[in-house]
Design a protein. Structure first.
Length: 202
């Protein structure tokens, strides 16, 4: 099925609101929680992430091609945004349905950026569909890693228990030492004092 190109909305205000809705949808598709602040006086359009690790995003869009690229305005009014206004710019190239997730420091002091979706060596191509930058900045996925470590700890304790059962035929003193070692290891896991050893990569 051929991908349908987005319809160009001529009114800039309406197109900006539409681009923000597109951003919310695409961010959700990439596993990101998005919130929009009340009012229009903030220098950013959205915050992304979770409590304690929010990052701010300014959404911009462009629909007009200039020679071989697309000129995307990123100024606030008639001048560049002051430093610290936001963490990222999400620039949407409407005709080709492509997003650029650009860190603020990469465009600081600029009124506009030229985006070249057809040129792989262009300056901002490294930020093309770079949703992972928002996930990393907002630490999305840390909870999943913590759960994985907890499961790994439980599996390690189970392996120790199996080892104890397999030596049930040993003399009493050896079995008692093995049981004591297992209890110590289990208690340390529950307190978070011991982590299962990581497998080395070859």
């Amino acid at each position: 099925m051929k991908k349908r190109k987005p319809r160009i909305i001529k009114d800039k205000k309406q197109r900006g609101e539409w681009a923000e809705m597109r951003f919310m949808a695409r961010a959700a598709e990439n596993g990101l929680a998005v919130s929009k602040p009340w009012g229009e006086m903030r220098p950013f359009d959205f915050v992304v992430g979770k409590t304690g690790r929010f990052v701010s995003v300014q959404v911009k869009s462009t629909a007009y091609k200039y020679e071989t690229g697309y000129n995307c305005s990123i100024r606030g009014g008639h001048k560049p945004y002051p430093a610290g206004s936001f963490d990222f710019v999400a620039a949407y190239v409407v005709p080709v349905d492509i997003w650029y997730i650009i860190p603020a420091e990469a465009i600081r002091g600029k009124r506009a950026v030229m985006l070249y979706p057809e040129l792989k060596t262009a300056k901002y191509e490294q930020y093309r569909e770079a949703w992972h930058l928002l996930r990393e900045a907002a630490a999305v996925g840390e909870d999943v890693e913590a759960e994985a470590e907890e499961v790994a700890g439980e599996e390690a304790a189970a392996e120790v228990a199996q080892a104890v059962e397999s030596v049930a035929g040993l003399p009493g003193n050896a079995l008692e030492r093995m049981q004591a070692a297992m209890n110590f290891f289990k208690n340390e896991l529950e307190r978070g004092g011991v982590r299962p050893p990581k497998q080395s990569e070859e």
